[in-house]
Write a protein that binds this ligand. Structure first.
Ligand code: ZN
Length: 173
């Protein structure tokens, strides 16, 4: 089944009052902040939103987002893909001050009269992207290691177990 683009300029509180559900996809062109962060998408991100009110009358937005992103491996600088899956329960608030009143089970979602669901998708994906993405397997070649002028950075060196981050720190130094 082909899903359509996520609708824009939605009244999230109105949708919560009606207990609506919306699902759709967001293409990379809808996700400008991902693009400027150098992140690509293998296919449009897919998202499912459910809106409801809780016992306290808050306007709740539950979002499940799945995307396969293209990132730059921080070890070999080659492309790598990673599947990101997020599920977040958010409560609509008008400004930062209201965030303090929220129970910790809710993420604050600052929205005015209307919001674009693709902005939420963008935010959630940016939060889900690892700070130092790396291929699962040792992807850097000896030649590349030499080129980095760091022969000691060799990951297989005898019996020493190093975390990828320690290795990365060495490569960077
Ligand atoms: Zn790599």
């Amino acid at each position: 089944m082909r899903k359509g683009a996520l609708p824009r300029e939605l009244d999230l509180r109105g949708l919560a009052a009606r207990e609506a559900s919306i699902s759709g996809v967001a293409a990379i062109t809808d996700l400008g902040r991902l693009m400027s962060a150098g992140v690509g998408l293998v296919a449009p991100a897919s998202a499912a939103f459910e809106f409801r009110r809780d016992e306290e009358g808050r306007y709740i937005v539950e979002a499940q987002i799945t995307a396969e992103v293209v990132l730059e491996c921080q070890r070999c600088l080659g492309e790598m893909t990673q599947v990101l899956e997020t599920r977040t329960v958010m409560a609509c608030i008008w400004d930062d001050e209201d965030a303090a009143q929220l129970p910790s089970s809710y993420e604050p979602l600052i929205v005015q009269e209307t919001a674009n669901l693709s902005d939420i998708v963008e935010e959630e994906l940016l939060l889900a992207i690892p700070a130092s993405p790396m291929h699962a397997e040792d992807c850097i070649t000896d030649a590349q290691r030499m080129a980095l002028g760091n022969e000691e950075g060799c990951i297989e060196s005898e019996g020493r177990k190093e975390s990828p981050f320690a290795v990365l720190a060495k490569l960077k130094s």
